[in-house]
Design a protein around this ligand. Structure first.
Ligand SMILES: [Zn+2]
Length: 431
């Protein structure tokens, strides 16, 4: 009799789920998590169930972020999966037993693949790659690679571009931007390899440092990678005495919760009232209260960087104010969700959280930038600083092997699975 009951229950469960669909959507700019709950007619009671350590992540959902909803045939939300950063996501799931919504933070399941492609130039580099692979992001990244290295505008019809790239995928769809490993440009039997650094910029040589010389008296207009000025390139520490108590991590194991949680910053131990210093010159983009973070100052810097100083006892700068590097911008405290006085320091690069210590520890961060020049005078030699090109030799071999095989490139199907049938209960659906 017991088993009969469970069969009936299973049938009910599947029939209830039949027609439920996973639908992708984009998080509206400026929309708060409460706004979202209101939109979906979900009681704000769920906010009460969110732990102190998790509440902070609600403010880290980015505008425009792609997220997934599982909606049943009655239009009721069964589950929502909302990424916070690259590795973790918020899961809001309706409990079948009591109909209440459960909040949780779980790892994002994605795959990462390596792809090779050869594209023959018909119109131009961007259009041809975007068309051949049905993936604009790969074309964008290839444009970035060639910029300042090889003039892609001079490519002629029939020239070939071969390259290796990696792409994360989620439910068969490209997830986050691809990363170009190496490329080769071929024209009239002549081959030129372009090596990619960690940031996806291209270099003609795989040597660790590069130099170039430009001479002449005529008007010269050109784009070159030049070292950035020392003033902008050096990030200082946010405290005079540095003691790291917790490091940046996409997945930090929480010993009490026994779960993985992202930690989008570095924690520094310090006494209440210790002065906080601007890590670099910039403009204050926020000064005030931010849930979870308590009293916060955010500063925008050159090069797409933004620093964040959380849990302050007192802030000392106003929004819009310009600050110098090393200037006192506030004091250590324990406001917001904090267990004791410390500085939670966050650093964003182009809108994404990065490990601050990667930048703070180094003497110079961005060693070079692309700059346009128009000059009439002689231009002296400019040295490129450290260029890190990983696995240049191995990638070159791989690309040459691919060329021998003459395989067709993988074509992305970006329209596939805009909605999909659910095979499993929403509680166990892994996305
Ligand atoms: Zn922290």
């Amino acid at each position: 009799m017991g088993s009969f009951k469970s069969i009936v229950f299973m049938v009910l469960m599947f029939s209830a789920l039949f027609g439920a669909r996973v639908t992708p959507d984009h998080w509206k700019k400026g929309q708060t998590f409460s706004d979202y709950l209101n939109d979906r007619n979900i009681s704000l009671d769920v906010l009460q169930s969110i732990s102190k350590t998790d509440i902070i992540f609600l403010s880290e959902i980015q505008g425009g972020q792609l997220f997934y909803e599982l909606i049943n045939q009655n239009g009721i939300l069964e589950q929502a999966l909302i990424p916070i950063g690259e590795e973790m996501q918020i899961r809001l799931a309706k409990d079948r037993e009591n109909g209440k919504y459960q909040f949780d933070i779980i790892p994002i399941v994605y795959e990462e693949g390596e792809y090779s492609a050869t594209v023959t130039i018909e119109k131009n580099l961007h259009t041809d790659i975007a068309t051949a692979l049905n993936n604009r992001s790969v074309a964008d990244k290839m444009g970035q690679l060639f910029k300042g290295t090889v003039n892609a505008k001079k490519f002629k019809k029939g020239d070939k571009v071969s390259f290796i790239y990696t792409q994360k995928t989620r439910m068969g769809q490209p997830y986050y931007r691809p990363s170009i490993k190496i490329a080769m440009y071929e024209s009239k039997g002549k081959r030129q390899f372009i090596y990619a650094d960690e940031d996806g910029y291209g270099y003609k040589s795989d040597k660790k440092s590069q130099a170039y010389t430009v001479t002449g008296k005529k008007k010269v207009t050109y784009t070159r990678r030049v070292p950035v000025s020392k003033k902008d390139s050096r990030f200082g520490m946010p405290l005079r005495h540095v003691r790291v108590t917790s490091s940046f991590s996409y997945r930090r194991w929480h010993p009490i919760l026994k779960r993985y949680r992202p930690h989008h910053g570095t924690d520094f131990g310090a006494r209440r009232g210790t002065p906080l210093l601007a890590v670099n010159a910039g403009k204050v983009s926020f000064s005030g209260w931010m849930r979870g973070y308590g009293k916060v100052v955010k500063i925008k810097h050159a090069g797409g960087y933004e620093s964040l100083y959380a849990h302050q006892s007192r802030t000392r700068v106003k929004k819009g104010q310009r600050v110098k590097k090393g200037q006192i911008i506030g004091y250590v405290g324990s406001t917001g969700r904090s267990t004791g006085p410390h500085l939670h320091f966050g650093l964003k690069k182009n809108g994404r959280w990065i490990n601050p210590m990667r930048v703070l520890r180094k003497k110079s961060i961005k060693t070079s930038i692309l700059k346009k020049f128009t000059k009439y005078e002689d231009v002296k030699t400019t040295k490129y600083k450290k260029v890190v090109i990983k696995d240049a030799k191995a990638n070159r071999e791989k690309l040459l092997n691919y060329l021998k095989q003459e395989r067709k490139p993988f074509v992305w199907d970006c329209n596939r699975q805009t909605s999909m049938r659910v095979e499993d209960g929403p509680q166990t659906q892994a996305l």
